[in-house]
Write a protein that binds this ligand. Structure first.
Ligand SMILES: NC(=O)c1ccc[n+]([C@@H]2O[C@H](COP(=O)([O-])OP(=O)(O)OC[C@H]3O[C@@H](n4cnc5c(N)ncnc54)[C@H](OP(=O)(O)O)[C@@H]3O)[C@@H](O)[C@H]2O)c1
Length: 279
């Protein structure tokens, strides 16, 4: 591999390695850190269930966004999910550079009636949350563990894309109304991550301001996108997903210096504007 130190144009620039660069957060991170010397690796560039490819230039900072994110699929193949979410994080930590490891609100059981803060005890309900919690432990001492929630972005598999498609096809969609969280725009999380890497290591809750149910979120998507589609509010039990999910998983930080993210509705507007701009 090339020696970046020999290149005067790169001198002094932080070398940032992004894993999972093909995902919605990975892409947003590549944009937010564009001022750095970024090496963005998608699954083809580095399958994180294996150690890092030989000859990878030593990074100054690792943004580990690769993950098994299929929450229901993790119930069917918990070992496959663990290979990515625990083994992959251990491999990222082995690089020896300060590491940002992304985790999830699904490490909590959702039985609390107030927002979850960093010192609350995790108790995941499903296989995905368990693998993410073990992944946190695999990140090591020189890591920021960033718990976020309900991510969405202009591209990739996410709730906003699904609702835009269904809302254009149907008069009505049935959406779960008894799960509440913080829908977080990947672009806002990526910006907050940039601020975070100047702060101490440890667990940080970084999610959008505000809270809502999936049904509220769907209504906001139709409203902002000008789609004439009704939301029929159903329970999680009626929806019948394979994996159990927390009923309430709003994340807030108890750390005064934590970067604050904009409200989820502002994230939604930015996301829709980016989709319109790309279309
Ligand atoms: N999505 C959410 O609602 C949410 C909520 C809270 C926290 N998070 C966390 O935020 C982080 C980013 O999630 P995201 O929303 O950006 O997910 P995403 O869009 O599914 O991206 C994850 C990326 O990881 C890649 N990947 C999967 N297995 C891999 C492997 N073995 N080696 C290398 N890459 C692999 C995927 O590639 P393929 O496309 O090829 O599978 C995908 O590009 C994850 O840590 C996730 O747990 C997500």
């Amino acid at each position: 591999m090339d020696d970046h130190r020999a290149d005067p144009l790169r001198a002094g620039r932080r070398r940032v390695l992004i894993t999972g660069a093909g995902g919605q957060l990975g892409r947003a991170l590549a944009e937010a850190f564009a001022g750095d010397d970024v090496l963005a690796l998608d699954r083809a560039g580095w399958d994180v269930t294996h150690p890092a490819p030989a000859g990878l230039p030593a990074p100054d900072l690792v943004l580990h966004a690769a993950a098994w994110t299929d929450v229901d699929g993790a119930e069917d193949d918990p070992q496959g999910a663990a290979a990515v979410n625990v083994g992959g994080t251990a491999h990222a930590a082995e690089l020896g550079a300060p590491l940002v490891a992304f985790s999830t609100d699904y490490v909590f059981d959702g039985r609390k009636a107030a927002p979850y803060v960093e010192s609350d005890a995790p108790n995941p309900l499903g296989a995905y949350g368990r693998t993410k919690l073990h992944g946190e432990a695999a990140a090591g001492e020189t890591a920021w563990i960033v718990r976020s929630s309900w991510l969405f972005a202009p591209s990739g598999r996410n709730f906003v894309g699904t609702m835009l498609r269904l809302g254009a096809e149907r008069d009505e969609v049935a959406v779960v109304a008894d799960q509440v969280g913080c829908p977080t725009y990947a672009g806002h999380l990526a910006e907050a991550t940039r601020a975070l890497v100047g702060l101490p290591f440890g667990i940080w809750h970084l999610a959008a301001d505000g809270e809502c149910s999936w049904a509220d979120f769907a209504e906001a998507i139709f409203d902002e996108a000008g789609l004439d589609c009704r939301v029929r509010r159903i329970t999680a039990a009626e929806y019948g997903a394979r994996a159990p999910r927390p009923a309430y998983s709003v994340l807030r930080s108890e750390r005064p210096e934590a970067p604050r993210l904009p409200h989820w509705r502002e994230g939604l507007r930015e996301c829709l504007a980016a989709i319109r701009g790309a279309g």
